[in-house]
Design a protein around this ligand. Sequence first.
Ligand SMILES: CC(C)(COP(=O)(O)OP(=O)(O)OC[C@H]1O[C@@H](n2cnc3c(N)ncnc32)[C@H](O)[C@@H]1OP(=O)(O)O)[C@@H](O)C(=O)NCCC(=O)NCCS
Length: 147
Amino acid sequence: MILGIGTDLANIDRIKGTLDRFGDRFCNRVFTDIEQAKAERRKDVAGTYAKRWAAKEACSKALGTGLAMGISWKDMAVTNMRSGQPTMQVTGWAKDRLDAMTPPGHEAVIHVTLTDDHPWAQAFVVIEARALRLDSADVPPHEATNT
Ligand SMILES: CC(C)(COP(=O)(O)OP(=O)(O)OC[C@H]1O[C@@H](n2cnc3c(N)ncnc32)[C@H](O)[C@@H]1OP(=O)(O)O)[C@@H](O)C(=O)NCCC(=O)NCCS
């Protein structure tokens, strides 16, 4: 079942302006070391940051909180698989929120997709609840069958 969806469109030039103005202060506040390392070795530094900014905004919407005061941006972090596919890791308040919205007997799976075409960077996030498979050892005896 789908627990939440979120989307965001970020303007790459606006992110570039913030990077030029605030530099490391902005980066260290918003982006994890992994996100910074990815962006800084790219030709399109601002575009790479903008996609991750959009991903965090989209994730906060999927979590149903939006970017409330006091939340840590770094608690929603994008890493890429070897194939290039992005994934979203949540920690701290975002993990607490994810756990709170996940029904018992389910695990939450966060799906994220990113794209950019200057001047826009876009993200979609879908949070899915997937039923945990019960091992036979977990089934109470009166519910177990011998068939
Ligand atoms: C995936 C692909 C379609 C992206 O298209 P694009 O027009 O170049 O770029 P877009 O702006 O639309 O999207 C870029 C984002 O796609 C995502 N992406 C990259 N590879 C992906 C994949 N295998 N699956 C899902 N998403 C992927 C990433 O989030 C990327 O942004 P990021 O690197 O900053 O995280 C394209 O790179 C492709 O076909 N790659 C083929 C696979 C490949 O070359 N793999 C190399 C590593 S094995």
